[in-house]
Design a protein around this ligand. Structure first.
Ligand code: ATP
Length: 618
């Protein structure tokens, strides 16, 4: 079996897979969908009736002598040819009007159901993406994920409405026509059916190739979105390092590849349509040739041959479109499967069955034999044990890449340990619901993300529904109130993307306000003052000291001057806590921490004579 055949075989299972995943949303609309399907059947039946008035005109009025062996209803007595003509004219109008009405109901009903289902799927996809663990996000590029939420869903919507539904209508119409044609003359019908194997062979072959090229094309489009978002996200670095030419070269290659794949897909689709047209012309020629002989031998009336050829002609159109539609459906299936791929990912970190809402924490944190690795084969944290009392200030220090941020992220359950457990107030944190756990932990990171909304909303993100008074109190605690009031719009100032219209220190103070508004018993600070100048460092450190007052605090810092006052310092190296104690104890011990401290002091003294790095009172 070659690859393209395998690809084609994947279309139907792909559609079924999409259908199964979307079923809960589809099921909710069973009456709307059922009603629309009924209307579709009416539409098809009326379509089959369309040429019959003309048959009556031919066989009863224009050529009444040639009715020989075929099906003919005797006219009730007293119906004149003129009356029959009037009935026929009325029937033509009635059939067309009813068919339009049925078509309107089926098309609108189905389209409405599709729009509703896909809007729900998109919301589901968005919330699912937010809940997928960081492990998932670190393995998937954001541009690709964005394409799935936007482009893939949109294509699925367009193709389902504009292609898949007409495709179903066409299939039902063709089946109905073949049935009636068999009844009229099986021999002529067989001639038509004989062409089907050729038709299916060419369609199958080309559709599978189209699908393969389209998958590749989608992948390239995803890569283009990634490159663009990465470039725009890092525009400062791009400009500062003059990376334009190099990035443009890469982009040009991806763009050309996308162009080639797009052209190939177009070529195949056009080829498919042309092939079908030729096959159709052959079958029409055969039917006209053989059908005329049958009429001359009185095996069929002229009116019946008219019905026959008119069916064939009206089947041409759907048949011709079937191939194009099949191609488009194959493309949309690829999009749908990309959506389902994401929906089928289970968040690794999630509420366990029976998880309970956490009580208000005291803040006792305990690690018992905790080990963790991002990949199974590489352990990042090894058998970590520690007991932290409520309100204790813990500093986590050590070389870059030793596992400090990883250790802290486990408390938030951004990842779950591979072995061991973490307890808060004596209970395994996996027994709490994720939301109730995270709501009681405040976080300030080195680069605290702010959102492109007002400062007021950014602070309120720490506690949804917070009052203006709470927001202002948090901002005051964070040393942010004064600079916010100096902005023309004050708290209503809208930030640019990631808060780029504020200085680093200002962004940090808003992040501290966002953390403070939670009033949570546990606070995590991951290098919150790194990269700030002296004045900002002082303002942020002051704010942090207020934020952490009376709360269990974990501070990661490379600057050992900032951690001198901690109740407990953990020195981590290669995923192990190799030293622990207060600053005085560790200095007395004279080992790794002491050596690093002395080295930093010497550097500080030579580069910053005023020696001004501010201790965060942890
Ligand atoms: P730094 O002081 O530089 O911030 P750190 O001590 O906080 O470093 P971590 O960020 O915890 O170190 O990283 C510990 C190790 O885990 C590093 O070797 C890093 O490469 C690896 N690591 C971190 N995040 C991931 C991830 N998402 N996927 C795979 N490996 C990761």
């Amino acid at each position: 079996m070659n690859n393209s055949e395998k690809d084609l075989k994947a279309v139907v299972p792909g559609i079924l897979r999409i259908f199964r995943k979307f079923w809960p949303h589809i099921r909710q609309r069973k009456f709307l969908i059922g009603g629309s399907l009924l209307a579709l059947l009416f539409e098809t039946a009326l379509g089959l009736l369309e040429p019959w008035p003309l048959k009556f005109v031919f066989d009863r009025i224009i050529l009444p002598g040639t009715n020989a062996n075929s099906w003919n209803v005797a006219l009730p007595a007293g119906i004149s040819p003129m009356m029959l003509l009037t009935y026929v004219a009325g029937a033509i109008i009635a059939i067309a009007s009813l068919k339009s009405l049925a078509s309107y109901l089926s098309t609108y009903g189905m389209a409405l159901a599709v729009i509703q289902v896909l809007a729900e799927v998109r919301s589901h996809l968005y919330s699912h993406l937010q809940r997928l663990s960081l492990c998932f996000h670190s393995k998937h590029k954001s541009g690709d994920l964005i394409t799935r939420v936007t482009y893939d869903i949109e294509r699925l919507r367009l193709v389902t409405i504009k292609t898949a539904l007409p495709f179903v209508t066409n299939i039902v119409t063709i089946v109905g026509m073949v049935g009636v044609m068999f009844w009229l003359n099986w021999e002529l019908t067989l001639i038509e059916i004989a062409i089907f194997p050729f038709f299916i062979f060419f369609t199958k072959h080309l559709v599978s190739r189209i699908r393969k090229v389209t998958r590749k094309h989608r992948k390239t489009e995803g890569a283009i979105a990634d490159t663009t978002s990465e470039t725009i996200g890092a525009i400062k670095v791009v400009q500062a390092l003059s990376l334009h030419d190099m990035l443009e070269d890469n982009f040009y290659k991806q763009n050309s590849q996308s162009l080639d794949e797009g052209a190939k897909s177009l070529k195949l689709a056009t080829l498919l349509e042309g092939t079908v047209q030729v096959l159709m012309a052959i079958v029409m020629a055969l039917v006209v040739w053989r059908g005329s002989l049958v009429v001359l031998q009185k095996g069929l009336t002229p009116g019946e041959l008219l019905v026959f050829t008119s069916y064939l002609k009206s089947a041409f159109d759907p048949m011709r479109h079937l191939s194009k539609q099949a191609g488009q459906i194959a493309k949309a299936t690829a999009s749908g499967e990309r959506v389902v791929d994401i929906l089928e990912y289970e968040p690794r970190v999630r509420d366990l069955p029976g998880a309970k809402k956490a009580h208000p924490f005291y803040g006792a944190v305990r690690f018992q034999g905790v080990s963790f690795g991002y990949e199974p084969e590489r352990e990042i944290l090894k058998d970590i044990n520690m007991t932290i009392r409520p309100g204790q200030k813990v500093a986590v220090v050590g070389p870059s890449g030793s596992g400090k941020s990883t250790l802290i992220s486990l408390i938030l359950r951004l990842y779950d340990p591979v072995a061991g457990r973490i307890l808060i107030d004596g209970q395994d944190i996996r027994e709490y619901t994720l939301d109730s756990l995270r709501q009681q932990i405040s976080v300030v990171l080195q680069d605290s993300m702010l959102f492109a909304v007002s400062i007021r909303e950014n602070i309120a993100y720490g506690k949804l529904g917070a009052s203006n008074r709470e927001i202002e109190t948090a901002a005051r605690l964070a040393n942010a109130h004064d600079f916010i009031m100096d902005l023309p719009e004050g708290y209503d100032t809208i930030l640019s993307e990631r808060g780029a219209n504020l200085s680093g220190g200002q962004r940090q103070r808003i992040a501290i306000a966002r953390a403070a508004i939670r009033q949570s018993p546990i606070v995590i600070l991951d290098e919150p003052t790194t990269g700030l100048d002296n004045a900002s460092d002082r303002a942020v450190s002051e704010a942090l000291n207020r934020l952490t007052q009376g709360r269990t605090t974990f501070l990661i810092s490379h600057n050992l001057r900032a951690v001198e006052n901690a109740d407990l310092i953990l020195y981590i190296e290669a995923g192990n806590i190799i030293e622990r104690g207060t600053h005085t104890e560790l200095m007395r011990q004279g080992s790794r921490y002491a050596a690093l401290y002395q080295m930093q002091n010497a550097i500080n003294y030579s580069t910053r004579p005023e020696g001004d790095s501010y201790a965060i009172e942890v």
